[in-house]
Design a protein around this ligand. Structure first.
Ligand code: NOJ
Length: 569
């Protein structure tokens, strides 16, 4: 299908964390975890009420759940707590009938240590010996066996500092935490295996053609089951220097900026290694070009935590099919200059056929409203909706849900449940059992419901014209109606107030300007563009106000944190 016609081009993609979204109430007994049938029940909500065009399902596969489902023990089946393959097919059918595309998670870098491939590899079974990255290690001066190099695990106490949890050592005091080695000794095989993430997540050996073929077969399995594309996990980790050279020390490391001891080393060999990464990305995207998928509108979005110029390289490999997540905005300080530089760079460097994206959060990040505060969360949402490309919404973000404080005994995630706060159940209706998430007993829930957010349940917000939900719904609807937002390019504009950022989108017959106040005071700014009179059609604060006239040459008045959408009249 011609890429310019792709419905992904300006799609709103709703990310569902399946374990805590919704359990269908017909399931007996209730398990206290979300289900695929529960998602089916909510398709009308996603499509007709919110207005999303697609969903992305975080992993739904068989897994011992050491890493929230990103430790897969069978790629080709659904976790029995979530449902069955038949449920997935029904989900596809219902979603497609409602005009919703379905993107699934593809986790190519590692499996669970329970996966039969690893069980066989560990035993050196014929044909499977080299499916993972094994190494005998080396000897230190005392003759003790040590890992082959200094590569570190990403899970080296991640994000503790920024979350003010745990006892993070002070590097300046000389009391530092060495990163956890990425090499795990295996007593069965008497060798180390590489595990970039948890020790239960051995890295697959992508230099082995059999592995690559098996993983491409996994992709085909889900495409043939009806999936419309993939969110690809940790793709930069497929690029490894197989000579296993040590990483250099990151001399820029300081505890203010980095929150993970993993970052004490530069990453030039253990991941993002161009020599192999680019080829693997190309090979993965080629799967979608198979002639049997010719009539399908398929898409890939790749998770890669890398610098902007490295991301650019990945975006250029198959721009008509795949792009990396644009996490940049999520990491930036809230300031006009940073934002403008980032967006200008991002859009200028995207190829003509490429599809951009904007992301406000996901299952790994502190929720948007907790990260930025309720008010700025709304500002960010409006700004991102009106930018070109796919816009990702993490389930619950539309309500402005906050991170929950999960009691220690109820945590699920490793490292003391460090990401559980953003994964607690969706708050449907506070007057129903478990806020409408599941009918199981509350102590049976996979993660507890966050009662602190009962006041912002969907039920409450639906009838409140100023609510966060109403804002999301209105913004999504407007974006769909405005031809400039469907097709226009991004261009930043001059504002004569340093606290104000403005950009423009235009189609043949329509011009839209978005003006954003980055300060918590009222501001006035003139905006330089080729029209002066316009109508304010949306405010991030007063969602329900009627359109009102504004003159961009005289100046636009903005309330604290306000984002305005203005159409040329
Ligand atoms: C990124 C995923 O989003 C995260 O949840 C997971 O822990 C790692 N990749 C490893 O798969």
């Amino acid at each position: 299908m011609a890429n310019q016609d792709s419905t992904w081009r300006q799609a709103v993609i709703y990310q569902i964390y399946p374990w805590t979204f919704h359990e269908d109430m017909k399931r007996m007994p209730q398990k206290g975890v979300g289900s695929l049938r529960g998602i089916i029940e909510k398709i009308p909500y996603i499509r007709e009420e919110l207005g999303a065009d697609a969903i992305w399902l975080s992993p739904i596969y068989t897994s011992p759940m050491m890493d929230g489902g990103y430790d897969i023990s069978n790629y080709n089946d659904v976790h029995q707590d979530l449902g069955s393959l038949q449920d997935f097919k029904d989900l596809i059918q219902e979603a497609h009938q409602s005009g919703v595309k379905v993107m699934v998670d593809f986790v190519p870098n590692h499996t669970s240590d329970q996966h039969e491939w690893f069980v066989k590899s560990r035993k050196r079974e014929k044909d499977f010996e080299d499916w993972y990255i094994w190494h005998p290690g080396k000897k230190d001066e005392q003759g003790n066996r040590i890992p082959p190099n200094n590569w570190a695990s990403v899970f080296s106490m991640p994000n503790k500092r920024s979350r003010n949890e745990g006892n993070f050592p002070d590097l300046n005091e000389g009391d530092w935490t060495p990163p956890v080695s990425a090499w795990q000794w295996d007593d069965d095989r008497k060798e180390y295996y590489l595990r970039t993430f948890a020790k239960e997540q051995p890295d697959l050996n992508w230099s082995n053609p059999l592995v690559r073929e098996a993983m491409k077969e996994v992709m085909r399995f889900w495409l043939d089951s009806g999936a419309d594309g993939f969110r690809i996990d940790a793709i930069n980790h497929l690029g490894k220097n197989m000579h296993f050279d040590d990483e250099e020390v990151n001399h820029a490391y300081n505890e203010e900026f980095y929150d993970n001891p993993y970052d004490q080393l530069l990453k030039e060999n253990s991941c993002g290694y161009w020599g192999s990464l680019h080829g693997h990305v190309w090979e993965i995207t080629e799967v979608l070009r198979d002639e049997r998928y010719e009539d399908r509108d398929l898409r890939i979005v790749m998770e890669a935590h890398m610098g902007e110029s490295d991301l650019r390289q990945l975006n250029d490999i198959a721009p008509d099919l795949a792009a990396t997540f644009n996490f940049g905005a999520m990491r930036l300080n809230w300031g006009v200059a940073e934002r403008k530089i980032h967006l200008d760079y991002y859009y200028q460097n995207l190829s003509e056929v490429g599809i951009a994206n904007q992301v406000n959060g996901n299952h790994d990040e502190v929720r948007l409203a907790t990260r930025c505060g309720d008010s700025i969360a709304r500002t960010v949402a409006v700004m991102n909706f009106f930018l070109p490309g796919m816009r990702f919404v993490y389930n619950g973000e539309e309500l402005g849900l906050h991170n929950a404080k999960v009691p220690h005994e109820k945590t699920r995630d490793h490292e003391n449940g460090y990401r559980d706060g953003e994964r607690t159940p969706f708050i449907w209706n506070e007057s129903e059992k478990n806020a409408g998430f599941s009918n199981a007993e509350s102590d049976q829930l996979w993660l507890p419901v966050n009662e602190d957010d009962f006041g912002i349940s969907l039920n409450h917000q639906k009838t409140d014209a100023k609510s966060s939900f109403s804002l999301y719904k209105t913004a999504i609807k407007l974006c769909r109606e405005l031809t400039s937002i469907q097709s226009g390019k991004y261009e930043s504009l001059q504002a004569d107030n340093a606290e104000v950022f403005a950009f423009e989108r235009r189609s043949d017959n329509e011009k839209v300007v978005v003006v954003v106040n980055f300060s918590s005071n009222t501001q006035r700014s003139r905006i330089a563009t080729d029209f002066t009179g316009g109508k304010i059609i949306l405010s991030s604060i007063d969602v329900d106000q009627n359109p009102r006239d504004v003159n961009l040459e005289d100046g636009v008045d903005l309330k604290p944190d306000e984002a305005l959408v203005i159409v040329a009249s």
